[in-house]
Design a protein around this ligand. Sequence first.
Ligand code: ADQ
Length: 470
Amino acid sequence: MGRLVVVSNRTPGKGPAAGGLAVALRQTLAEREGFWFGWSGKLVDIPEPHAQITDIDGLTVAQIDLTRDDHQAYYGGYSNSILWPSFHLRLDLATIEAHWYEGYRRVNTQFARALLPLLKPDDVIWVHDYHLIPLATELRNLGARNRIGFYLHIPFPTPDALYAIPHHQELMRDLSRYDLVGMQANRDVAAFTEFADHQTPSSLDGARVHSVDFSRTEVVAFPIGSDPDAFARLAVSPAATKMVRRVERTLADQRLILGVDRLDYSKGLPQRVEAYEKLLANDSRFRRQIHMLQVAPPSRDAIKEYQETSDTLDAVCGRVMGRFAEPDWQPLTYVKRAYGQPSLAGLYRLASVGLVTPLRDGMNLVAHEFIGAQDPTDPGVLILSRFAGAAEIFPDALLVNPFDTDETAEALRMALDMPLDERIARWTTLMASAQKHNVTDWAKHFLDHLAPAKVDHSSTRDVLYLASVA
Ligand code: ADQ
């Protein structure tokens, strides 16, 4: 078996890995040799052309530096001000500056040039996420003949949204240079297939543009997961219990409604607090009986749209406090900071309701983690947006339209009133699905599929959603 080369925007840092993804990929790298390649996090005037190779807690990591201008155009610009909002169907929040695409392309070329000398002919390369869509093209242009796979962690856009992205035709041609493109959910493969089958290429000057040929690229849904059994253990660990005791003291007998997210407009945070406000307004028996805790550390806060989301959330939380708080009761707590996984696991376990209502999400790992952390004899209820990829594998959650805050308020009422036997029945099915879609198997399925000597996939077809674009 050849080595595995994982490529992502950032490489993992020192210390315990923050997420299941980094843990699973580290494990896979440890089993089959290879290295992780990405940006070092350093901005310099003139980057070295060669990657720096270091050992980070037993993991071989190859890193390059970037210039400040290139990083701004590639990361803050094209990736996060154009691709992120467009792929999440928020064209109203996209900012388009033509020169960003050049920076995006330049960084992908720089990645390819530094990676190529480190490659052996039978290495398998696994590229992660929307920052690096052109990497296969750049590597192939330099002569790489390796198997190259790509995994998109965010949703794939509908054709209309895709057409709104400058240079979308090049991006799609870049995707066609991969051997395998993995997506989160069936809906993403369907959106991709719709584009591939009905391309209407055009150019400003009317010159003929060829359709993209996807005949050599397989596009398959591999829904990512977490490690629910590890979360189950973590949720009763001493560190988790410490957090539970702290919060229990302030909650007294109130039941906890919990939201945990990066502060991102795709997560639907203002709508979520509005739904909670409606619950308190519609059903006075819940006042003083429940408490909402929203944990949302800032992310990408150099981008204007993220600051605006933060301001909106501050305002909505303030309004709910002003409307319902009493000298001896507060309806909600809003914490703008990140916590370690043991503390999060403790909070998940303590919560009666997990409120996971993104407006659109590739998968949403918080849903998986919440399920993993529940007490099997007294589980909480998951309220889940039907626009998260997770909705495809968790139909037993209470699925809601997060734009419809009346519906989410009603789901909150149902969750709080749900009898124990129904909670257990729903959770049992959810946990079985979270275990079936665990992150270790996810990595294995993707890499089996990408392997040069193709394995027989017939046995894995029931756990993967398959849709090849021929
Ligand atoms: P994200 O948009 O970051 O990921 P998500 O899948 O929910 O969203 O993962 C968030 C991770 O960050 C979870 O592991 C969670 O525990 C952690 N996290 C969230 N809030 C935290 C906090 N306050 N403190 C500490 N940790 C916190 C992208 C896509 C998703 C896709 C993932 C994985 O947008 O759709 O599911 O990649 O593919």
